[in-house]
Design a protein around this ligand. Sequence first.
Ligand SMILES: Nc1ncnc2c1ncn2[C@@H]1O[C@H](COP(=O)(O)OP(=O)(O)OP(=O)(O)O)[C@@H](O)[C@H]1O
Length: 785
Amino acid sequence: MRIYLCVLWAIRASGHNVHIAVDAQGALQLARDASPREPLLRRNGGSNETRSEVMLEENLAPPRTGNQSGHETPESLRAAEKERHAMSTLTYVWFPMAVVLALLFEVLHWPWAEVDWNLPMERSDGREGSEKVDSSFLGLTLLLASRAWSLARIYLAGAGRVKGRCYLLVLVWIHILGMYLDLITFDFQQRYWNLYQQPSLPLFFELIRNWFILHFTRMITYVYEFYVEDMFFLHCRDHLTRYFEAIWVPNTYVFRMREGGKFDNPDQRIHVDVANFVTQTYSLSFGVTKMIVNMLMYSYMLMSITPASMHAGTLVSIAFLYSAVGSAAMHFLGAQLAHFSWQGERCAGDFRSELRRVYDQSETVASLRSEGAELQRLKHRFEKIKLNTWQSMLLEKRLAILQKWYSPLREVLFMCILAPFFIRGEVSLGRLKQSESALDKISDSLSFLVDNYSRLSVYRATVDRLHNFRHSCLTYLHQEKSSRQAQDTQLIQTLALLGLPPGWPKRLGGADAPPAPAALPASAASGGPLQLEAALLLPSGELLIDVQLEVPAGACVLLCGKEGAGKSTILKAMAGMWPFLRNTRAPPSNDMVLIPQKPRLPMPLTLREAVSFPQSSTKWSEEEIRAVLDRVGLSDFAQNGLDVQLDVNSSLSGGEFQKLMVAHCLLQKPAWVLLDESMAHMSSANRVKMYQLLTDELVAHGSGLISTSHSWQELVSFHGHFYRIETSRTDGTQMHRELQTFDPKEALGEDELALRVKDKDAEIARLRQELVQLQRDRRNSERAN
Ligand SMILES: Nc1ncnc2c1ncn2[C@@H]1O[C@H](COP(=O)(O)OP(=O)(O)OP(=O)(O)O)[C@@H](O)[C@H]1O
């Protein structure tokens, strides 16, 4: 019926040579005739007239608009009576049943939920150190747009400056072409259906030809719209991902130490959030543009067809008011949706990272027999997902109630407003329907917030997660705001050049040579003494130790102290890693290798990559690498070549891993080597051997060595400066730590020291002999072969 009326209007609007005045009564009659219970042809006495002929005949009747008498006819009263009984089964059986069942369900379904409603969940209001997700109305509109724009700018001012704009240009053009094709199709449909009224073979062939051309063009635009969209999304994701990696990776440790509790799962932000941001920004931007265009266009049309006795802007104002009330109600009910979306992302990320941890620590899980405890931990994480999903479901149910009322209500509302004009005969049915349709379009546009509230809330959470993450990462990139902005801009520009194809013209933003990946923040140059003058704090803000230390270039320092005294923390501070410092002086050297207590390497790596990491595996020749592996005693691993992949974290023993780290230092030859109990897994003999290697090959050539060790006595001969962390309790609870120099001779006693040195010398002599013997054996076996 609707289609028929549309065609009728289309014929009218296109100035068809048959001048048809749309007759309201006729059309209403037609509506009744079109009812499936009373087929049109039967009502016309089953004559041979075609359906369309009958329709035309009925609608070509003289125009009579509205019920001009103002009295109800027996026929209309009968129709009302008939309508009253039309849905009696629904009214008296199904509707009450649905209400009762819904109420019962509401009361009884809670025990089925299997959810722990009292589980404490994270905050997202910026208080108590939580991340802030703005769920205010402003946060969902203007602030959202400005934050989304600042994120989109990373791409549009970077790699997207040339390519992105080209993609967008093509996509806008495809969209315009699509709209044009929609109009052509709309017009074509009218001619196509007219064929049934005026059958003609030549016309049929022409129509079929046009159909093929039209649909072939549609197919091309459709295919390339999606294809170019995907190209655009991938390029945008690629660039944004690289940007976020570049601002996060140089400060991962600081970030984790300072913001670990606040920002969950950076992996999820960089992978999932960036992808969602790209696709959602695109679809919402086009959605908003379409909404604005429709709103302006149909507001103008509606004003021009408003009944004469009504003020021109009344209908538009009603549509505005209606949408404003709907949006306000929606926001009032659903403000928490952005928080639930953020929380959902967090819970899902936490659950995934827990699964990943179980996988990574499978050896510990198996050896501790901790399967039960791990299952409990996983269950706890999933409980949070369940609770969050339930909270969102409840909120979405409330929103669905509003939404399911809101949209159908508007049809009735507009009808109630316009019906009096129609009944008074001021407007024709065509005008009425046209006004309704325009009002529909306007309120559709204005109800963008209502219809897309859930989507916008999810988008808000995504944008906030990325915005907050970026903001924090940039803080660690540079403390001062002006330098931070400059560094950010420079980074975006560097990445922009990386995104251009090779040989891209310079005048279009290209460069002669591809720029280097984003650099680490600047730190002090190598050479010179290593200084640390700072108060080292714990993450809680409590003072750990006040350190005033200056190590001359090339010096060897041994740092001792009990467990938990602060040795590792001092090494981290010297390396510039420890973020909790006060009254700091002297930045760290960047020509330094710190081997932590439990180092881990990426996996899988080849042996060549592992020993070179993080430097390029091509930096050293095969001979150099083999020689160094031989010296540290890892030559067995090189038997099958240096390029066999292995997971060094699990396939090397603790001691072997530490030898690999020493081998890396020997290759890299840094100005400073910081060893945080880095030989703890080796035998005493091997520990001495490794220190001897470091002394001969690095210290002898000017490198400095700073070590921490519990069994420091055997390392005395390799160091020249000795510090000890003295711990004492000041008031029974507070731990006071102080860094003091000490004389190992006094600490050990002159005789004991001499004895130890003698032992060590004997051990070194024995090792040297072993080595000579081994080399001799090898030479003999080579000669024999
Ligand atoms: N990330 C952290 N969060 C909270 N406290 C920390 C952190 N890192 C270290 N600490 C605390 O700082 C103190 C010093 O730790 P550190 O690791 O420096 O000791 P250490 O002397 O190296 O001990 P060990 O010899 O056992 O390795 C300890 O009390 C430890 O609990």
